[in-house]
Structure formats: structure tokens, C-alpha cells
Design a protein around this ligand. Structure first.
Ligand SMILES: [Fe+2]
Ligand SMILES: [Fe+2]
Length: 263
């Protein structure tokens, strides 16, 4: 089985880039299921039903998210929908809207457990320990017949993500990182069979700072005045993803699939 995990889809340009590339990729690479991080899918801030549906029509099946998913309340309805396509980090307290994990039934291909976690280093978010949280989830699903367990660990510090990879090696199929929007070159399969990458990256504007207008960020870094963020919606775009090959619950291979498209 092959799982494609796409990095954070940023705004309209990110969505259109997925639309331009994913249908062909999905066919050529014989992919069973596609995940993507959607915390920036609606004009860079959070997600809406319309933006999630649009990207599902291009071939993304389910979404993870992160600290920015709470920017738009519209997504709360999506969190609660019967066949919800989106989860949020599992280590937020239980009274926060949304679920932190999901069983995905792929029919004859079996069931996948998708888990989302948030890091704590350099984050000021009210979350519990991600290590203990994932232990509890894995314990709760110990008797479930699963073909794969995939974890999106959304974090700021690379050390926290690398440590999580080692912590879960042999216990899950893949640990992939998100949040920084910058891809890392360390995709590999850990010794006990867990595919790992510190950061998948993003799908969004190449001529930007993490998707945002570069002039705004440069000005923000040079001056004390607050700046209103605007997202780049045209020009060349990057597409960052990883393709994970799974056999008997273990990862056999992980490879980066990175592309750049120019208008
Ligand atoms: Fe993000
Ligand atoms: Fe984030």
C-alpha cells in the first residue's frame, strides 16, 4: 500500500497547485490514500468546508491540522460532521472542538489510524504532553486490526520531532512533521520500520516567506509596527510531499516527492 502525505496547503495558490498535480500523481504512483495538512488552506488561516471540499475533489482523502486550525470557527462544524475529513492535534484538552485521531476504513485495503499531535517547544498552546498522549491512543487501539498508523507531529522544534520519531519507531508506520512550511532532507525508515521525516514542507507560493508576501515579513522583521499578513496567490508554486510504501504495517520506503510549477 502506498500513502501520499502532502505538506501544509497554503491558500488558493496551494489548493490550485494540488489540483494541477495530484490527479496525475495519484494515478502514476498507484496511491491508496492521500493525507494533507489543512491548517492554512483557507486564505492562509484555518479551513472552511468549501476549501476542504475543493481539495478533496482533487484527490486528498483526509486532513490533519495544527495550531492555526482554530482561526476560523466554520471548521468546528466540519470537525463534528459524521464523516469528518479533518482532525486537530490530539493533545489539546477534550473540551476543545474536534478529534485528535481517526480510523480510516479503506475497504479491502484495511483500516488506518491517523493521529495528529502538537509539539510544545517554542509553542504557547494549551496542550498536554504529546508523548504521553500518543501512548494512550496507541494503547486504546491496541486490539484494533490496522494496516497502518500514521502520525502528523506538528511542531516548531526539529529536536522534538526527531525524538518523537525514535519514540514511536516500530510502534507506528510513519511519523511525519509539519508546521514550518520548509521541507527537510531527512526522510528515511528508522531501524524498527517507521518512516520518518522532520518536515514535509508546504504547497504554496515559491516567491514568499512560508506563503506570506515577502515584503510584509521583511518589514515585520525590520520594524516595530504590526503588519497585516497577505498571502501570495499567484506565480510559481512549490509542492512538497512524501510517498510512504507500507507492507505488513511497517514502512518499506519513504521518498520525497517535491515539485515546482510555474504559471
Ligand atoms: Fe502552517
Ligand atoms: Fe502550524
Amino acid at each position: 500500500m502506498r500513502i501520499l502525505f502532502i505538506g501544509e496547503i497554503v491558500g488558493k495558490l496551494g489548493r490550485h497547485t494540488v489540483g494541477a498535480l495530484l490527479p496525475g500523481l495519484r494515478k502514476d504512483a498507484n496511491i491508496s490514500v492521500v493525507f494533507a495538512n489543512a491548517e492554512n488552506i483557507a486564505h492562509g488561516k484555518g479551513a472552511t468546508k468549501a476549501t476542504l471540499s475543493e481539495v478533496q475533489s482533487y484527490g486528498v482523502d483526509y486532513f490533519t491540522s495544527g495550531n492555526h486550525i482554530f482561526w476560523r470557527k466554520e471548521v468546528f462544524e466540519e470537525f463534528d460532521a459524521e464523516n469528518s475529513s479533518i482532525i486537530r492535534p490530539a493533545n489539546y484538552p477534550q473540551d476543545i472542538p474536534g478529534q485528535g485521531f481517526k480510523i480510516i476504513d479503506l475497504g479491502k485495503n484495511g483500516k488506518i489510524l491517523l493521529i495528529n499531535l502538537l509539539g510544545r517547544i517554542f509553542f504557547n498552546e494549551p496542550v498536554f504532553c504529546p508523548f504521553r498522549t500518543v501512548d494512550k491512543i496507541l494503547e486504546d487501539f491496541a486490539d484494533e486490526r490496522l494496516v497502518a498508523i500514521v502520525v502528523d507531529f506538528h511542531a516548531e522544534a526539529t529536536s522534538e520531532q526527531v525524538a518523537m520519531g525514535w519514540y514511536l519507531d516500530g510502534r507506528v508506520t510513519a511519523v511525519v512533521g509539519t508546521h514550518r512550511h520548509v521541507p527537510t532532507a531527512d526522510a528515511w525508515v528508522l531501524p524498527q520500520g517507521t518512516a520518518f521525516v522532520t518536515d514535509i514542507g508546504m504547497v504554496g507560493a515559491r516567491h514568499s516567506v512560508l506563503g506570506v508576501e515577502k515584503e510584509i515579513i521583511i518589514s515585520k522583521l525590520k520594524n516595530p509596527q504590526p503588519q497585516k499578513f497577505e498571502w501570495v496567490e499567484e506565480g510559481p508554486a512549490v509542492f512538497n510531499s512524501v510517498l510512504i510504501e507500507v507492507e505488513n504495517g511497517k514502512a518499506k520506503n519513504i521518498e520525497r516527492i517535491d515539485k515546482v510549477i510555474a504559471p
